[in-house]
Ligand binder design. Structure first.
Ligand SMILES: *Cc1c(COP(=O)(O)O)cnc(C)c1O
Length: 397
């Protein structure tokens, strides 16, 4: 598929993005949806680190109905790249961004009368009628009006010249948890959201597209699909929380599996051994001298560090795959480089390829999920953290 670095020399550290996996993941998600349920694909934070523009183009080819971004500038980037399908802006905009939202045909999420009125003034002055998705907080505790406020806000939107109600939505706090309390909480959120929709309809106002489901809810709560779903993480090939591949395929938890699921991560991050050195017993590696060789050994250097998104706190939880074997990072991860313990009788040589993480079928023995589990974070943070200076190479596979 080519990439933005064609034609000039690429650095040793780069990320492959497997667009075939993106297509396959979207296809598997589609199979879970009733006919007519729309698909909104979140491409915020540069498509969770995978590159918003290429992911958006492929998502459109795969039949996505909406895209979602967090901030206005992300929506503008997609419009400049020729994306014409509706783009929902999930976070609250600044009033100063309204002109740009309108000019770029973005769909803002709003949840209070002050912003709705201000947008209406700007839209009316520009002679436009702007779609709004009303965000309702049914238990996430982030942005959104209360269930009680929603009907009046829907009425305000319906009665304003410059705007119209294109959708109503909410977001789940614990849909990825199988703990009974969390399941009950999510069911209450779904119930509250249904009541909000009903109360808007009772005012004879069309709520537009009603949507709630994130990745976990797409698989776990089909009753929460409503008119559209917004799965992010699963599109990128990772499983949310307790909703693992084993669980979905009925291997654990005794769940009936409607069809086998096998999502595949899109991203692998690769580098290469740029130096191999002999280290004597007692010699230390990297800042702080925290790792000291217990015996004579070989240490490899790779040109990737926290400036590339290999966070310093991953420390020795980070292992890399070289020639089909795992080797640990030793010593502190630096901004631009880190060191690998190659052991005493290593067959690794200079220029050997290193896979930092990635999908198994492309040779990685460690996934972003593995790193996340060991480092006490979530896979979202690993892929979002891969820095801009790591070139993305788009593959058709
Ligand atoms: C990020 C986000 C999503 C997608 O969540 P995933 O857990 O990645 O599926 C959906 N809706 C909203 C409002 C979001 O902010």
């Amino acid at each position: 598929m080519g990439n933005q670095y064609d034609g000039y020399t690429m650095r040793a550290t780069f990320a492959n993005i497997y667009m075939g996996n993106l297509r396959s993941n979207i296809e598997q998600i589609r199979r879970r949806l009733a006919p007519g349920v729309r698909l909104c694909i979140p491409v915020k934070a540069d498509a969770y680190g995978h590159g918003a523009v290429p992911v958006a183009h492929t998502a459109v080819e795969c039949g996505a109905d909406y895209l979602a971004v967090a901030v206005v500038s992300e929506g503008v980037e997609l419009r400049k790249a020729g994306i014409t399908i509706p783009i929902l802006v999930l976070s609250l905009p600044q009033p100063s961004e309204f002109t740009e939202i309108i000019e770029r045909h973005l769909t803002p999420s709003l949840c209070d009368s002050e912003l709705i009125r201000m947008l209406n003034v700007t839209a009316t002055a520009m002679g436009r009628k702007v779609p709004i998705h009303l965000k309702v907080d049914t238990g996430m505790g982030r942005i959104g009006c209360t269930a009680a406020e929603a009907p009046e806000l829907a009425r305000l939107i319906a009665q304003s010249q410059g705007v119209y109600l294109d959708g109503v939505f909410t977001h789940f706090a614990v849909s990825d948890s199988l703990l009974p309390d969390d399941v009950a909480y999510t069911r209450r959120q779904i119930g509250t959201f249904q009541q909000v929709i009903d109360s808007i309809r009772r005012l004879d106002i069309d709520p537009g597209i009603c949507h709630a489901a994130n990745s976990a809810a797409v698989f776990q709560y089909p009753e929460a699909h409503f008119d559209m779903v917004r799965p992010g993480l699963v599109v990128y090939g990772y499983y949310p929380g307790d909703i693992t591949e084993e669980y979905l395929n009925g291997v654990v938890g005794g769940k009936d599996a409607p069809s086998a699921v096998h999502l595949q991560p899109l991203m692998d991050v690769r580098s290469s051994i740029v130096a191999v050195k002999q280290v004597r017993r007692g010699e230390s590696i990297s800042y702080g001298r925290q790792w000291v060789a217990q015996e004579d050994c070989q240490v490899g250097v790779i040109p990737a560090g926290y400036g590339d998104g290999l966070l310093r706190r991953y420390g020795e939880n980070l292992q890399v795959t070289i020639n089909g074997r795992l080797y640990p990072v030793v010593g502190r991860i630096c901004m631009d480089q880190c060191m690998i313990d190659l052991g005493t009788d290593s067959s690794v040589s200079r220029w050997d390829e290193v896979i930092i993480f990635g999908p198994q079928e492309h040779g990685a023995l460690q996934s972003a999920q593995d790193i996340a589990d060991k480092a006490g974070t979530i896979s979202y943070e690993i892929t979002c953290g891969i820095a801009q200076r790591v070139p993305r190479v788009y593959k058709d596979e």
